[in-house]
Write a protein that binds this ligand. Structure first.
Ligand code: ADP
Length: 419
């Protein structure tokens, strides 16, 4: 299977989101954790997940170029630079500098920048990014601790951090479809611009934009604009009609959920699970010791592990309890303690025969994946929007990594009725 689309993502969950979008579009996709030493896995799309959203610019550029070389070396036809749909960055970077470096490495002169994701309320109109009904700069993102977004005008935002000019393909042109979008891009490129922010308010716009960028060496944006890309490869006769893009090896082993997310959705999911399956709620305030918490949990699961229904082990707690632990230990140490405990529990569960594991929480997922030594995730069927089952190598287990607020209330039960 030749590699078609090579992707570089600036964070882990963003990579999964993109991979999931491509699989839904009929491409097989594997997410790789960091730039791999050896050969890339076989798939229509490979997504190299980096952790460079807030890294120093030189480091972000260096890692992206290494990822680019790995992907082009494997024959990728097109590259995708994936960043957050709220354009998380500063005037120093890293969206612009990475895009500049990739364009140069690919010998290309022009790319779009389109973080729009209408399904999640991220729309771009006349170059301004909206989050739900609010301008980006009034959406709460202006207070982000690492990447405060105080300007909603993406043409200006990107111009401050990229070399070469930035123009706009406005709503009126996008409405007319791929041919007009392409005309506008040619106009911008001929007038010396290197980037185009492209307006998009609906999924139809994203599909048209996707079609328009078929000949581009580099596409940059959120996962939304990737919606239109699989069709380009089909149109070019490179991507066969696949009904098995999301196929994974059969599930094996016992079922379990570990949760370190304290988001409202996760608390609701744990609440519902309590009525149906064994649930252990850890109390890090009473036992502020990761090894002791893990020992409690692994003692508790003894004799409870089954394939047909999960056990649920949760550190998740109400905001009051979280605040109590944080005021005792400090915020970072509290988080690290729980992440360490959950990672040890996940490792113990796998050692005891768990082969299908749901992890709730973005940071928690990172801790578990690292502890399990996972190097790649093949993306399978979606359980709930944005959360697919994956097959983790080299462990050979199924993992579903759920960021905090994702998933319906019955997520922990529904996940295991998927085969
Ligand atoms: P989400 O995706 O919901 O944001 P994360 O896993 O990214 O979830 O973040 C949750 C953070 O809260 C983690 O660092 C986790 O270790 C921490 N945490 C979980 N339970 C508790 C608790 N009871 N007290 C304090 N911190 C906790």
């Amino acid at each position: 299977m030749p590699l078609l689309l090579g992707c570089i993502a600036d964070d882990f969950t963003g990579a999964t989101d993109l991979a999931n979008t491509l699989v839904k579009g009929g491409m097989s996709a594997v997410q790789v954790i960091g730039v791999p030493d050896g050969p890339l896995p076989e798939a229509d799309a490979v997504i190299i997940a980096l952790k460079i959203r807030t890294a120093p610019v030189a480091e972000a550029v260096g890692q992206s170029l290494a990822a680019c070389d790995a992907l082009t070396g494997a024959g990728a036809r097109q590259l995708f630079w994936k960043y957050c749909s709220t354009f998380d960055s500063t005037d120093q970077g890293n969206i612009g500098p990475v895009a500049d470096a990739l364009l140069k490495r690919l010998g290309a002169g022009f790319a779009i920048a389109c973080p729009a994701f209408p399904t999640n309320g991220r729309t771009i109109y006349l170059g301004h990014l909206f989050v739900g009904g609010a301008l980006l700069s009034e959406s709460g993102m202006e207070h982000h601790p690492l990447t405060p977004m105080t300007d909603a005008n993406l043409v200006r935002v990107l111009a401050r951090q990229a070399e070469g000019g930035v123009g706009l393909v406005p709503f009126g042109a996008v409405e007319l479809g791929a041919v007009e979008i392409r005309k506008q891009m040619t106009r911008l490129s001929e007038s010396g611009r290197r980037y185009a922010i492209v307006d998009a308010v609906t999924d139809e716009h994203l599909v048209a934009i996707g079609e328009a960028v078929a000949p581009h060496a580099l596409v940059t944006g959120g996962s939304g604009v990737a919606m239109g890309l699989p069709e380009n490869f089909r149109r070019a006769g490179l991507l066969p009609e696949r009904s098995d893009a999301d196929a994974l090896p059969p599930m094996q082993g016992a079922a379990a959920v570990v949760a370190g997310s304290c988001s409202r959705a996760t608390l609701g999911q744990i609440g519902l699970a309590r009525n149906h399956v064994p649930v252990l709620e850890l109390d890090p305030l009473a036992t502020p010791d990761a090894a002791a918490l893990a020992a409690q949990a692994l003692g508790w699961v003894d004799g409870k592990l089954e394939a047909a229904r999960p056990v649920v082990i949760a550190a998740s707690a109400t905001p009051e309890k979280v605040a109590a632990l944080q005021s005792r230990l400090g915020r970072d140490a509290a988080g690290a303690l729980v992440e360490e405990a959950i990672a040890t529990i996940a490792e113990g569960l796998v050692a005891r025969g768990v082969g299908r594991l749901v992890v709730a929480g973005g940071e928690t997922s990172g801790a578990v994946v690292t502890r399990l030594g996972v190097t790649s995730l093949r993306i399978g069927p979606e359980i709930d929007p944005g959360v697919p089952w994956t097959f983790a190598e080299p462990r050979g287990i199924h993992l579903a990594l759920k960021s905090g607020n994702f998933g319906a209330r019955d997520f922990f039960l529904k996940a295991f009725s998927h085969e």
